[in-house]
Design a protein around this ligand. Structure first.
Ligand code: ATP
Length: 299
């Protein structure tokens, strides 16, 4: 499957929130939709889910206009949307049946996902009596229930501790299949980095970067090396280079006419001893900061 968003625009009064958004989201992959607070991620999802109408643009699935009601969709909205006063099992069964499951299938699926997320023991409790993290896991189970073909998760990691985040990352990874589309938004780069295939970075309503994460990293690391010297060393010999220091490593940009082999040869000729050198690959956090702003506001 291929979900294609073209030229999407959305304004709230004079606030132009989405500006000519183009995205291609393929099945069989995990697609990370990343951006700072207020960048436009949830608004994009709400348009996908038909909660809001776009002012212009199209959304197609395999070339045909996309109508969410035609597909089995699991959606974890940012505002969550389950009822705190109702019993967990009643709500999960209700959501599963809304997505077209029979009561029997809904019950099976509910038990399977609640077991996966370790929340089976809360099925008979009201949602409001659970801890915040467990409430979050119930909300996540709601999205997975009835095994949707398209899974859309808005900030799924918020409120989860590292152990539960890992359980959930594994669940997303295991859910990946050629006939399923998985999209999630986040501004928590460390969670995204480990299991995302394609990403899009939205900044102030515009897509500023899109593609395969590994390829983006290779491209952005081109012409850069990570070096570690055997012992503390005066870096004066690098004065003609642009470099930064990261803990014990030097991240250095090669000159235009230089290859890593010629650079290393130059070091060897000078008798400089180093314990490690490798092609530099930026972290997603670094890519994010370079493209859309400063660290403090993204974590
Ligand atoms: N219903 C609405 N009415 C008016 N403005 C809205 C509405 N929903 C969103 N906005 C505005 O749209 C912009 C984008 O918001 P959105 O929630 O899409 O961002 P986001 O990337 O999901 O942010 P966050 O990471 O903080 O959840 C913001 O300026 C927000 O105030």
């Amino acid at each position: 499957m291929e979900l294609v968003v073209s030229g999407l625009n959305k304004s709230f009064n004079d606030n132009h929130v989405l500006k000519d958004i183009d995205l291609t989201i393929k099945s069989g992959q995990i697609f990370g939709y990343l951006g700072r607070n207020g960048a436009g991620k949830s608004t994009s999802f709400r348009i996908l889910m038909d909660v809001f109408k776009a002012d212009s643009g199209t959304i197609t699935l395999d070339g045909k206009p996309f109508k969410p009601s035609d597909y089995k969709i699991g959606y974890l909205p940012e505002e969550r949307g389950m009822y705190s006063k109702f019993k967990v099992s009643d709500q999960l069964l209700y959501f599963a049946q809304l997505k077209g499951a029979t009561k029997e299938d809904a019950t099976k699926s509910m038990h399977a996902w609640c077991k996966e997320f370790g929340i089976e023991k809360y099925l008979n409790q009201k949602l409001e009596t659970l801890s915040k993290g467990n409430q979050q896991k119930v909300q996540i189970a709601q999205a997975f229930i009835n095994e949707p073909d398209i899974l859309i998760l808005d900030e799924p990691f918020s409120g989860l501790d590292p152990v539960n985040s890992k359980i959930f990352q594994d669940a997303i990874t295991n859910y990946k299949r050629d006939d399923r589309i998985i999209i999630f938004s986040s501004h928590q780069m460390s969670y995204v980095e480990s299991f995302c295939d394609d990403i899009a970075l939205i900044d102030n309503g515009r897509i500023v970067l899109e593609g395969n994460l590994d390829e983006i990293k290779k491209e952005m690391g081109k012409g850069k090396l990570r070096l570690r010297f055997e012992e503390p060393i005066d870096l004066k010999f690098l004065e003609d280079y642009t470099y930064t220091i990261e803990k014990d490593d030097v991240i250095l940009s090669l000159k235009a006419d230089e290859t890593k082999e010629t650079f290393i040869q130059t070091l060897l000729n000078k008798g400089i001893k180093f314990s490690m050198f490798m092609n530099y690959l930026p972290s997603l956090q670094e890519i994010f900061i370079e493209r859309v702003g400063n660290q403090h506001e993204t974590i």
